[in-house]
Write a protein that binds this ligand. Structure first.
Ligand SMILES: [Zn+2]
Length: 232
């Protein structure tokens, strides 16, 4: 799908979203439609994709063909109330797995995670990182792999963010695990580690991004914690 098609879709959405419809009454006679309607008001550049004041965001023009190629429409982004997430530019390694895989966060988030990890250990709780920073390119690979395995894009987006919209791009998010619990599964919520995080993570500035019934429509993700920089 081209950007123009997306723009047309958007325009339709913006119109449909207008709140105050006139009261029902006699339908005025239809006017003939002699030629294409002129654009209302000043024409925004193509890279601007503003929709309504409440859905006011722009998509990196370089992402548009990437999203379209995966079958991700602007409407899906709007429905999920997603916002673009910029890739972190400064990263440090915060955990290296036995197989050599390195997990990275921004320096501030890394410090906060290390402090939280140590405090958990003091309380007898073991937590580890499954996934931290993730690039946009990597997110494209993940979504593509799921599509290739037969999932629909709707199924993929119930658990994975569209490339450019994952909180993991920020370098301030960790997916956590604890020994004895399946990785990235809802029953992480039944672990002592999760209960510890619920009680203590906020002291280190970490909050749960996707609690149950989150407006983004993601599944409940008890493992996904975001450093929001406000320890309390
Ligand atoms: Zn996550």
């Amino acid at each position: 799908m081209t950007f123009r098609l997306i723009a047309v879709l958007l325009f339709g959405v913006a119109v449909a979203g207008c709140a105050t419809a006139p009261p029902a009454g006699p339908v005025p006679p239809r006017e003939p439609v002699p030629e294409p309607m002129p654009e209302p008001g000043p024409v925004a550049p193509e890279t601007e994709t503003k929709v309504t004041p409440d859905d006011d965001f722009t998509v990196d023009p370089g992402l548009i063909p990437v999203l379209a190629d995966l079958g991700i429409t602007k409407q899906m982004l709007i429905d999920k109330r997603l916002r673009p997430v910029a890739e972190a530019t400064e990263l440090v390694v915060v955990q290296t797995d036995p197989d050599g895989r390195r997990h990275e966060l921004t320096p501030v988030a890394a410090d906060a995670y290390r402090a939280m990890h140590a405090a958990a250990a003091d309380d007898g709780i073991v937590i580890g990182i499954v996934s931290a920073f993730r690039s946009v390119a990597r997110q494209v690979q993940l979504v593509r792999r799921k599509l290739d395995s037969g999932e629909t894009i709707e199924q993929v987006l119930a658990l994975s963010a569209p490339p450019g919209f994952s909180e993991h791009h920020s370098g301030r998010v960790v997916d956590l695990m604890t020994p004895g619990s399946a990785v990235l599964e809802a029953d992480f919520a039944d672990t002592a580690a999760y209960r510890w995080l619920e009680a203590n993570a906020k002291r280190f500035g970490f909050v749960l991004s996707y609690p149950e019934n989150n407006p983004e429509g993601y599944l409940f993700e008890p493992w996904h914690w975001r450093y929001d920089g406000t320890a309390r």
